[in-house]
Design a protein around this ligand. Sequence first.
Ligand code: ADP
Ligand code: MG
Length: 186
Amino acid sequence: MKTAELFEAADRYNYADWLISEWGIKRLASGTQGDIFQHPHYENIVVKVFDTDKAYAKYLAWCLDNQSNRYVPPIQSTAKKSGLNFVFFKKLTPAKHTVVMKMLKDIVKAAGEIVDVQPNEISSLQDLWDGEWARLAKWSKDKDFAAFAGFMAKATRSSSFYNDLHDKNVMMDGDQVVFIDPLGQN
Ligand SMILES: Nc1ncnc2c1ncn2[C@@H]1O[C@H](COP(=O)(O)OP(=O)(O)O)[C@@H](O)[C@H]1O
Ligand SMILES: [Mg+2]
């Protein structure tokens, strides 16, 4: 099936049912705002389809500008059709909570005490507030993480968005932690 036909589905039918029943495309997951499908041709590509999701749209724009950041999901392309947004990106695997917390501990340890973030006192990345993100942005020795933390600090400082980094919004690209959907909208 061509990408154009995938989009056409959105014109005519409920896209999810249509993709599943007509094309046998597998829905891999449903999140709170979007659906994730297996790309019909490429085993290592998934397609995220969503209509309105300001929080995700904000992050997606940042991801497209920061594709060299290793914490950012590798995106192949994006498209908009009939009010639906399509994101074609690399298929990732679930992240273990312990792996995510170890990553944070290592980053905090490398930054030193000045960062003033206590990984032992938080149970999830979701517990970090904007001031802590700002300190991580300033002091993290991992420049890619610092850039992501800067994005989170700025976004969560506004009353429009909150930190939604629970474990299902973090995935792995091999051994690398990747943030797929870090914001929620108030
Ligand atoms: N690149 C991916 N590869 C494999 N599964 C994914 C990928 N992106 C998302 N998923 C799955 O889809 C779920 C929902 O994705 P997410 O982007 O969080 O959507 P929502 O905005 O609806 O919460 C994730 O928790 C995960 O299980
Ligand atoms: Mg999500």
